[in-house]
Design a protein around this ligand. Structure first.
Ligand SMILES: Nc1ncnc2c1ncn2[C@@H]1O[C@H](COP(=O)(O)OP(=O)(O)OP(=O)(O)O)[C@@H](O)[C@H]1O
Length: 308
């Protein structure tokens, strides 16, 4: 299937010469949840804003369902819902009117049934007559999503959906996002939080200094995370590994005084018991041992550091 969004060698230089995006290439599949993970100023908002037609690209191209975002702006914009970081308007309006009005901004006819469906899907129906200013923070965030969905877009962008919210509300938002995906909407969200990407995304893209450093299935990233290292400090240094230990892919370090074994924590057998038995049989004894694990956080930090 063709990707719903196709980004090719996209660059953005702002008027002051700052390069906020550097040749980003990325395909987004229909129906997936993609998390764009990156520190402050990485270029996440610039990327989203460009796809939505708010920021004009300097180089490269973006298509949405095969249509170019520059030459076919109206068509592509109508397919996209954008949830900004903060609610800026409509404090005195009712929930229903606010959401209904937004629909009109995209040239769609008034359709109370659609607004009702959107509000119900976000558990906002019983708040439909409330003024926005009277709502709790969590409900206000839901209204932002409802506004973005009012014109029935196929793609939803959420810019930092849980920035500055407490854990309970964050979990609540994750549930909302999962429910939306079940309705067939493609979701792209930006986040600072690794746990957030880990929790809800199908794929994770890491962006830093305007560069897309990696895009990978979450499961594949988790597998890297699942690797652990066992390091043994040896009683006596070894010049070389005996043949009987070749199958373990051990690394001999620190001038032959330590051995490191990498294993998969998710595998049925880690191989540690067999390794210790074979070490003993080879007459190798150790005085200490420790394990370490690379977390997604560490993978992320090392990626970002390498690209700095
Ligand atoms: N209009 C502009 N003119 C010049 N530079 C800009 C402009 N808008 C953004 N930038 C710069 O581009 C870089 C990327 O900004 P962007 O808002 O895309 O990052 P971000 O990843 O969304 O960060 P945050 O998580 O803080 O929202 C930043 O260094 C920012 O200062």
């Amino acid at each position: 299937m063709d990707p719903i969004v196709s980004i090719k060698a996209l660059s953005k230089r702002y008027a002051n010469g700052f390069e906020a995006l550097k040749s980003v290439t990325l395909d987004i599949e229909k129906g997936e949840i993609l998390a764009l993970l990156g520190p402050n100023g990485a270029g996440k908002t610039t990327l989203i804003s460009t796809i939505c037609g708010i920021v004009t690209p300097s180089e490269g191209s973006v298509t949405v369902a095969g249509h170019d975002i520059v030459t076919d702006y109206r068509k592509t914009r109508a397919m996209i819902g954008l949830v900004p970081q903060e609610l800026t308007t409509d404090a005195f309006e009712s929930v229903f009117d606010t959401v209904s009005f937004t629909r009109g901004l995209f040239g769609k006819k008034r359709d109370d049934a659609v607004v009702e469906r959107v509000l119900k899907s976000l558990s906002l129906w019983d708040k439909k007559d409330n003024k926005i200013m009277m709502l709790s923070g969590g409900m206000k965030r839901r209204v932002l999503i409802a506004k973005a969905l009012a014109h029935e877009p196929e793609i939803l962008f959420l810019d930092e959906p849980t920035a500055g919210v407490d854990m309970e509300l964050r979990k609540d938002m994750w549930e909302v996002v999962r429910d939306l995906r079940r309705t067939g909407v493609t979701i792209i969200l930006t986040t600072h939080y690794i746990e957030e990407a880990e929790e809800i995304a199908d794929r994770i893209g890491v962006i830093n200094n305007g560069e897309l450093l990696l895009v990978e299935e979450k499961q594949a990233l988790m597998q890297k995370m699942g690797q652990k290292q066992l390091t043994l400090d040896l009683q006596a240094p070894l010049d070389a590994l005996p043949d009987s230990l070749m199958d373990y892919a051990l690394e001999l370090g620190d001038g032959g005084t330590s051995l490191t074994y990498t294993y998969d924590t998710q595998a049925k057998r880690t191989g540690i018991t067999a390794l210790l038995g074979d070490l003993s049989a080879a007459g190798i004894s150790f005085r200490d041992l420790r394990t370490s694990q690379s977390s997604l956080e560490e993978i992320f930090v090392s990626l970002v550091k390498d690209s700095a």
